[in-house]
Structure formats: structure tokens, C-alpha cells
Ligand binder design. Structure first.
Ligand SMILES: [Zn+2]
Length: 88
């Protein structure tokens, strides 16, 4: 079938490009390399077991939990926001 359709592969190329972007973002922001000895947020000592379990870890358990909750809240908030804007 011809006419009016995007060239074959155009859509897939777009998906690949955004996947590459996402992967690059994750690689940049994923902690890697040396684990911190002290929490980047509160300065508490990060237990050796945690440092070894999570290579590149920068936060203590307490701060990581707070951050996770904030991210969950943001995700929920963003979902609600986009749903509202669809209804209007
Ligand atoms: Zn902390």
C-alpha cells in the first residue's frame, strides 16, 4: 500500500532514537564507579554492605527512601495532571 504513509522504518527510527536518548540519560545519571562513604544528602556513613550491594551508591537508606517516595509522588502527580488536561 502506498501514499500517505510514513516511509518504512521511519517510526522505528524515531523509537530507536528516543531509546538511545533514554539509555544515555540513564547511563549518565546512574551512579557508577565508587560508592560514597558518606550520604550525599545527610552525610551519614553508608554501611559497607550497602556500598557493596549498590555499586556507586551515593545516599543512605533513609535518604534513598525519601527520594523514592518523592519520585513516586511526582509520577502520580504527573499522571493525574495529564489526565485532567485530557478532560478539558
Ligand atoms: Zn542520608
Amino acid at each position: 500500500m502506498a501514499g500517505g504513509w510514513a516511509p518504512d522504518g521511519a517510526e522505528q527510527a524515531q523509537i530507536d532514537a528516543s531509546l538511545d536518548d533514554a539509555l544515555a540519560f540513564v547511563r549518565q545519571h546512574l551512579p557508577s564507579g565508587d560508592s560514597a562513604h558518606e550520604c550525599a544528602e545527610c552525610g551519614d556513613t553508608i554501611p559497607e554492605a550497602r556500598r557493596q550491594a549498590l555499586p556507586g551508591v551515593q545516599l543512605c537508606v533513609a535518604c534513598q527512601e525519601i527520594l523514592d517516595k518523592q519520585q513516586q509522588f511526582q509520577a502520580a502527580y504527573n499522571r493525574r495532571g495529564s489526565k485532567d488536561s485530557q478532560l478539558r
